[in-house]
Design a protein around this ligand. Structure first.
Ligand code: ADP
Ligand code: MG
Length: 745
């Protein structure tokens, strides 16, 4: 980022605007360190000495910028390493991100770099831009502006080449390229450690597999000191496929990234504008103390737009104090009661609009119940009154409260550029963007800053760390029921073919493992035939549910293999015979003729029955899905969503990194749209959220300690009534797992 000497290997002799000459750009940028070129066909470039190879250099430069054709990369890097160079920016494209040959070349020179303990940024990178110290490796000519205290990490040179937006610029920028060596966590740590960098913005397509936890740990440390904003792209199927070849990284599931950002206190941005807007807010504005916002608008309509945006972005409209209200009433005609949003226009009828706007603004900004202000006005300059000057002055009135402006009209952009040079005001081109920027301040200063570190702690009753139960893999066939243990088959008959080694765990094993981790499971027993089922039902307690289960049976109810609310032993025996007939009939090739099951004619191809599951019948409650997966980037993750037939259509699922703390589990629930339903929407009974949170925490520990389980699916967990927002444990009616499926990879 700040070398004392640099060699550009592969420096071009061509100069000028369209030459994209790194060495020339570096000098134009104002770099004052020593500069060398390596180019066998030149004696000097831009007045700097050029050498045939790196071996000929008169000193060991702090940094080598490599910009040679990919074919000679291994050879060039060998020479640099031999000369003693240990830090590299690899600009060259066409390596691992391109094709197999490129990947092979990359592997070769990476091995050489590692042998020498050298570190590299790239390949396929614009490198770094450091306006705080005066260095740029960019092949795009980057204008050096007055440095601002921001850091940018990106997976495209676009952000560095364009200096990120018209007003903000960049303090330090790092393009990680295809991340052969240094990656996003390294860049983040660097920017976190530089006290001159006050906000970090990241453009991310994807982390490298296995790097997720390092990112979370690093980001957590940095967010304790300064805001970290992220614009995560490659969300769409096509986008993530393109990212695969673009940055050479695998884009993981977007939901899991969401969980990671949440966990680390990283603020996720919506789009490129958001990145520019939010950086500007953090650099230009003071911290916000709360979420209570006042809207002061030249028009009622604009005020309503801002009010809508406040709701969208989780800001509240402040209730003005009696003093503020009294002051405002004096300004307003008697036919209009002022309020928030404050429409200034009616107050200025027959008076000087600027003076009235100013009076309104002063009253509101000094209201102790107002944390931040959104102002809306036209950008004009008439009769000696300049709105721009007023905006600049408004920021000085209370330096402890952020004020954002939507200036409207043709003059807005040039006016904004002029007044934002002071770096004390933030002007936006729409009310929505102005409000959003304010909301980003609140996300950091109110939420993330206030968060107490809550490391997940092993809940009581879970197996001790390192005990047999926490050490995978779960022994196959250890369940109490021989038929299931023997029936472990490699995914036979399941709709989505499982990996060759994959096996569905038998229910007895599944439920036993859940119970080991203290998860509440509906009382259960397994049976081979009708008589055993009856005895099991008596043990479990009537009424019961009866299910035909087997390793290949995935959706039991769709196959008519679930019977509920069996109230007598006779019902149980009859249902058991029916289920056995159905499954075995189907197994021998096509159902029992003339005997439709309870859910209509038997569907073809019911897989062979392996046994019967007898369960206590638990009517009512909310049905939710709690699951877990091993993510290639982040390891064990937990997912949560509402159960039922619309679950898939609504795709209302949130993820979290396992293991979770209770607070983390609650945030996970809150991220779903289903959460208000569980809280008891429209007179429905609220669910026992304390019990659900605990179940999610316990499952997260199970998932974290059993990486051999590639899929965990509790569907449904039935959640019964609870005290609304009840802090006291044990007041609710709890929850029960009634169906579970574990797949071992
Ligand atoms: P599958 O998902 O394989 O079709 P489940 O065991 O989940 O089978 O049962 C299907 C549905 O039946 C559940 O979503 C739930 O509504 C209901 N159900 C299952 N077991 C019970 C039970 N023990 N008590 C009450 N309802 C149950
Ligand atoms: Mg189910």
């Amino acid at each position: 980022m700040n070398p004392r000497s640099v060699v550009v290997v592969g420096a071009s002799r061509r100069t000028g605007e369209d030459a994209f000459n790194i060495l020339e750009n570096l000098l134009n940028y104002g770099y004052t360190g020593r500069v060398y070129a390596v180019n066998p066909r030149a004696m000097e470039i831009c007045g700097r000495p050029s050498f045939p190879t790196a071996l000929d250099l008169p000193e060991v430069p702090d940094l080598a910028i490599i910009t040679v054709p990919r074919e000679i990369m291994p050879e060039v890097i060998r020479a640099c390493c031999a000369r003693g160079i240990r830090t590299f920016i690899l600009v060259t494209q066409g390596l691992a991100e391109a094709d197999e040959r490129g990947a092979a070349m990359q592997a070769e020179f990476m091995a050489e770099l590692r042998r020498h303990g050298a570190r590299a940024l790239g390949p396929n990178t614009l490198g770094t831009v450091n306006s705080l110290d005066g260095f740029s490796s960019s092949f795009m000519p980057v204008a050096r502006r007055e440095p601002i205290p921001s850091g940018v990490i990106c997976q495209t040179g676009l952000f560095l080449g364009t200096n990120l937006g018209p007003t903000t610029g960049i303090g330090k920028g790092i393009d990680v390229g295809n991340q052969a060596d240094l990656g996003v966590p390294d860049a983040l740590r660097h920017l976190g450690e530089d006290p001159r960098v006050e906000v970090v913005a990241i453009h991310l397509e994807g982390l490298r597999p296995g790097e997720g936890r390092l990112f979370v740990e690093t980001a957590r440390e940095v967010t304790a000191k300064k805001p970290v904003l992220i614009y995560k792209t490659a969300r769409s199927a096509v986008g993530s496929a393109a990212a695969g070849s673009h940055s050479g990284s695998l884009a993981g599931s977007d939901r899991v990234y969401e969980a990671a950002f949440e966990e680390a206190g990283v603020i996720r941005l919506e789009d490129v504008d958001d990145m520019d807007d939010s950086v500007k807010a953090f650099v230009h504005l003071p911290p916000i103390r709360g979420r209570r916002v006042a809207v002061v608008s030249a028009s009622g309509g604009g005020g309503i737009m801002a009010a809508d945006a406040c709701e969208d972005y989780g800001l509240e409209l402040a209730a003005f104090s009696p003093e503020t209200m009294n002051g405002l009433r004096e300004l307003y005609p008697e036919w209009m009661e002022p309020g928030n949003p404050l429409d200034v226009w009616p107050a200025s009828i027959g008076k000087a609009y600027p003076a009235v706007f100013q009076a309104c603004f002063e009253l509101v900004v000094n209201d102790p119940g107002v944390d931040g202000i959104v102002c809306i006005g036209g950008a004009f300059s008439v009769g000696g009154f300049d709105v721009g000057e007023f905006v600049a002055a408004s920021a000085e009135l209370r330096r402890d409260k952020p004020v954002v402006w939507w200036l409207q009209g043709r003059e807005a952009a040039p006016m904004a550029t002029r007044i934002e040079a002071s770096r004390r005001v933030a002007v936006y081109p729409s009310p929505e963007r102005a409000v959003r920027a304010l909301a980003r301040l609140a996300a950091y200063h109110v939420d993330i800053r206030a968060r107490r570190p809550d490391r997940p702690r092993r809940p009581a009753g879970c197996p001790k760390a390192g005990s047999d139960a926490t050490r995978g893999p779960v022994a196959a066939g250890s369940g109490p029921t021989g038929s299931f243990a023997a029936g472990l088959v490699a995914g036979a008959g399941s709709p989505a073919p499982l990996p060759a080694q994959a096996a569905v765990l038998p229910p007895a094993e599944t439920f036993a493992l859940l119970e080991t981790y203290g998860l509440p499971v509906a009382r259960w027993a397994v049976a081979a035939g009708p008589e055993e089922a009856v005895r099991a039902a008596e043990r479990v307690g009537l009424p019961v549910a009866l299910k035909a289960v087997g390793p290949g049976i995935v959706h039991k109810s769709e196959l008519g293999l679930v019977r509920l609310s069996l109230g007598s032993t006779a019902d149980v025996a009859e249902a058991a015979r029916d289920l056995l007939r159905k499954a075995t009939g189907a197994a021998t090739g096509g159902g029992t003729p003339g005997r439709p099951g309870p859910s209509g004619p038997e569907p073809p191809g019911v897989p062979a029955l392996a046994g019967l599951l007898v369960q206590e019948f638990l009517p009512g409650g909310h049905e939710v899905i709690v699951g877990a997966k091993q993510d290639p980037h982040f390891g064990p993750t937990v997912v949560f969503g509402l159960g039922g037939i619309y679950a898939e259509v609504l795709a209302d699922v949130a993820a979290g990194l396992a293991p979770l703390s209770p607070a983390g589990a609650r945030r996970l629930l809150e991220r779903t749209r289903a959460y208000p339903i569980l809280r008891g929407a429209r007179g429905q009974e609220a669910a026992d959220l304390d019990a659900l949170v605990e179940a999610v925490v316990r499952l997260s520990w199970l998932a974290a300690e059993h990486p051999e389980l590639s899929e965990i699916d509790l569907n449904p967990v039935k959640v019964f009534g609870g005290k609304l927002g009840g802090k006291v444990s044990g007041t609710g009616k709890g929850c029960r797992v009634v169906d579970a499926r574990f797949v071992r990879a």
